[in-house]
Design a protein around this ligand. Structure first.
Ligand SMILES: [Fe+2]
Ligand SMILES: [Fe+2]
Length: 131
């Protein structure tokens, strides 16, 4: 994804933005493997994506707890939903014909846009109160 398009999805929390960027890059690699029928590499990138997602979600949930984010319960259930979708994609990859690129990209970008963006103001006021 080019920098201009990605800037729309920035939370301005560096670690979170860096991880989001890596996640999108991995999704692009998975899409390429899907197009080229490269199941071995595709599955390897899906595993990498699952590992990164688990680390990223753990970090976000820790942050949301720290800043007493009121919608954490729902946000956590969204995270669990994404993990199970990814696990299903891991099973289906190479077997079913799915547009992995669209499915993964939309799932990821919608989550950043609709859910991750919600905790940012809570994080920023928490940060300001720490000074
Ligand atoms: Fe999230
Ligand atoms: Fe996120």
């Amino acid at each position: 994804m080019d920098a201009e398009k990605f800037s729309h999805y920035k939370t301005c929390i560096k670690r979170i933005d860096d991880e989001h960027f890596c996640i999108i890059e991995l999704i692009e690699k998975i899409a390429k493997c899907s197009k080229n029928n490269d199941v071995v590499s595709g599955k390897r990138y899906i595993k990498e994506l699952l590992d990164l997602k688990n680390i990223h979600f753990f970090e976000e949930e820790r942050m949301m707890e720290e800043v007493n984010f009121p919608y954490i319960k729902y946000h956590k259930s969204e995270h669990r939903g994404i993990i199970s979708t990814l696990q299903q994609i891991d099973i289906d990859f190479g077997i079913k014909t799915i547009n992995f690129d669209d499915k993964l990209t939309m799932m990821m970008l919608n989550h950043i846009d609709n859910y991750d963006s919600q905790y940012v103001p809570y994080y920023n006021s928490w940060l300001a109160s720490q000074k």
